[in-house]
Design a protein around this ligand. Structure first.
Ligand code: SF4
Length: 349
């Protein structure tokens, strides 16, 4: 009997072979810009993004090999209080905004695999709604703090890497346009990308910090699938600095892997060789940590991952390394960074 085609041997489609579009935002300018980048893709109208994104029985790991795009309308709330496991860098009004869910990179330690039911990218194209909420929050904050105004601090690339996708999803540029209009808002855009053309083309924004996450190459090669090598990230950061942008570095998460001392000491050396450390705004560092429920789900998604399956301890609802290991790693990194950066630029997370 001939074999029928089996799901086991399905052909892997290229990324974004299918674009699901909520009918209400099909003609939004951002939707049009995105669809124009994918003339070969199949466009499928949908009613609500959750009809696709939240279906039962999806396989996050398999979807990562062939991500689909979902263009949707944002639904409030658009701003969320920054989580305790994320650094606020001394900003009392710390929020994050999510204009895209999911990421084109595939880091083994990423909490998104424990947070979302799908690896497909959802883009909330009507970003003007987010900006409106940010404006209202900034105005409320300035009214309450008329004597000592502090900016509203917004991280906009926690659930994605906006700079890595900016050629196909132009939201990083929109955030920068918005930042130019609101000096009372401070924006951090975190990335592992090589985005540089943006920074040479635009006038540097005083209220935007570009934050590069850095890992030693063997760590990135093994655990950060699809990301650019360290040397390229460092060159991108150097270019942004040269063009007058505020740049932050993040060594986060530091992973407890073979030869970790040698690897992370090498990383600090590479940083000091490639960048003028005086021109770096701040540098944060922290060990692996993930919320209890996210890790539980991520372990199911990726049962072979040595990072996820490590016997972490649970502390206050967060899984992390046992205290002794944590202490050893953090004191080591702090010491090495302290040799090239002043203490007031170091932020332990
Ligand atoms: S770059 Fe960040 S958001 Fe993207 S997969 Fe890696 S950890 Fe997750």
């Amino acid at each position: 009997m001939p074999h029928s085609s089996s799901a086991k041997y399905d052909v892997i489609q290229p990324h974004f072979s299918h674009i699901y579009v909520e009918k209400d935002v099909a003609y939004h300018p951002v939707s049009k810009d995105i669809i124009n980048c994918f003339s070969e893709s199949r466009i499928i109208p949908i009613h609500h993004y959750k009809d696709v994104f939240s279906r039962a029985g999806q396989e996050f790991s398999a979807q990562k090999e062939s991500q689909k795009l979902i263009l949707a309308a944002g639904r409030p709330p658009f701003l969320y209080r920054g989580a305790d496991v994320c650094p606020s860098f001394g900003n009392p009004s710390f929020y994050y905004a999510s204009s895209v869910m999911n990421c084109i990179y595939n880091c083994q330690y990423c909490y998104l695999q424990g947070m979302y039911p799908s690896a497909n990218l959802v883009v909330f194209v009507d970003i003007e709604k987010i900006f409106l909420e940010v404006e209202l929050a900034a105005e409320k904050l300035s009214k309450g703090n008329s004597l000592a105004p502090a900016p509203l601090y917004i991280c906009n690339s926690y659930d994605t890497d906006l700079l890595a996708i900016r050629r196909i999803i132009p939201l990083a540029d929109r955030w920068l346009d918005f930042a130019d209009t609101r000096q009372d808002v401070l924006i951090e855009m975190r990335t592992k990308s090589t985005a540089t053309s943006l920074f040479s083309k635009r006038k540097p924004a005083k209220n935007v910090i570009i934050a590069w996450t850095l890992s030693p190459d063997p760590v990135a090669d093994t655990f950060e699938k699809g990301t650019p090598p360290l040397s390229v990230r460092l060159k991108a950061a150097a270019k942004a600095v040269d063009n007058g942008w505020r740049v932050r570095l993040c060594i986060d998460p530091v992973l407890f892997v073979n030869n970790w001392e040698e690897l992370y000491a090498g990383l600090v050396k590479d940083i000091s060789r490639e960048l003028n450390t005086d021109s770096i705004e701040s540098i944060s560092f922290g060990v692996f940590r993930m919320g209890k429920q996210f890790l539980k789900r991520a372990r199911k998604v990726n049962p072979a991952s040595p990072i996820l399956q490590y016997p972490y301890i649970l502390e206050g609802g967060v899984y992390t390394y046992p205290l002794e290991i944590r202490h050893k790693i953090l004191s080591f990194i702090k010491d090495r960074l302290g040799r090239v950066f002043p203490q007031d630029k170091l932020f332990q997370t």
